[in-house]
Design a protein around this ligand. Sequence first.
Ligand code: NAD
Length: 477
Amino acid sequence: MIPRPTYQRDAATAAIVHFGVGGFHRAHQATYLDTLLSVDPAAGDWGIVGVGLRPADAAMRDALLPQDCLYTLTLKHPDGAVATGVLGAIFGYLYAPDDPEAVIERLADPRTRIVSLTITEGGYNIVAATGEFDAGDPDVVSDLVPGAVPRTVFGYLTEALRRRRDRGLPAFTVMSCDNIEGNGDVARRTVGAFARLVDPELADWIETNVRFPNSMIDRITPATPPELRSEVLARTGIDDRWPVVAEPFTQWVLEDSFSHGRPALETVGVQVVPDVRPYELMKLRLLNAGHQALGHFARLLGYTYVHDAAADPDIRELLRRYMLDEAGPTLDSLPGVDVDDYVATLLERFSNPAIADTVARLCLDASDRIPKFLLPVIASRADEGAAAPLAAAVVAAWTRCAEGVADDGVPLELSDRRAPELIDRARRSRADRLAFVADPDLFGDLAEHPEFTEPYLAALDGLRERGTRAVLAELIR
Ligand code: NAD
């Protein structure tokens, strides 16, 4: 028998409104609050009212409302163990197109103290090339018409904050939990930019009164596979219309910056800190760059799944040494964080077959990822007068993938918005050896630094002449 939440659940009292109730929110933030509500009777108001803005969210409404917004989370462990629990921190759900005014009033309600977001990277409506708010987006244009019924999160937040200001109520906190570097800063910039277009005085009030904490969030949560519902039913007897599955690992580092109070999240494992940045760097250089270190070699060796590649002893050792010898020394030490343990946990997470993450997904848009995650390690090592030959070899493996053939001769397709130029540069690098890394947009001036180019070219030559297996063996010898 799976226990159900025993705490009081009343949507009218919930102090958090959340936009973007998808798999990740239900596997992450909502689980911390579920634990808090279970252990601390004084935390009773920190329940969540979910809000969906997009047509696809009607399905979440139809799944959650008939089951009183209760749902199951199934954790799949690397050793094959499976555990399912029933979570209750979501007290209510509003599908905004059903009643936009109800959503605005829920946000403007004095009881609402935090508005949290997992609206995806694209939800912040930023022009990639400039980093500026895209005021030309058709939904934004529609929301800027005076008196319009909002369509975007910006429209809802701004109108609700206007009402709060006019009613003399304190502002709520806007807490982004999306996977974006400086997510709170991005939310502050985009909400501020929209509000300024609506009403500059209101924008000033928001700037002064609304806090936008940054956060580092981590738990791999795949989209719900179609077979999960029957699997959960067979194992637990619970027929959940939209169950969630995730890995057991979870982390949430949150900047302590709130406009109108916050739950005592530190009592349930959230690291509430003054500055999230060093934690974010650790994740980017170990987890995200680690994915790159694994992905391109794994593609050349013909692996489909991340867990199979992570079990390959050569790849695993390369990954471990990249993380410990090259990335680790570039990170500031953090209280309570042991990098060796973090790396061991990452290797275990990458090896989890139940997550079934694909190598192709890791290598997608590498031209966005390598410059953000891996190259800063090379640059930071160079600043210290140290080399990063393993990171340089990862760039060589990427170059080799852009040549379009795996070691066994199978063609490799490059899924990258810069694919044509990457393929062209990789082809030219046969004669003009540094052609791939001579693009300043991606590599800055790295092509002029022998501490990078020497190990890079050695690895690239080796991959072409002796193959991936031989190069990996040489790198980890
Ligand atoms: P999901 O597809 O299950 O849910 C996404 C939700 O965002 C949906 O409710 C959708 O309607 C909403 N949304 C999308 N675009 C929007 C927009 N423009 N305006 C308002 N709402 C919008 O996805 P998920 O797995 O829950 O992931 C959501 C986000 O969480 C990711 O984009 C990422 O930033 C973060 N995250 C996810 C994971 C993970 O492993 N899934 C891990 C860390 C962080």
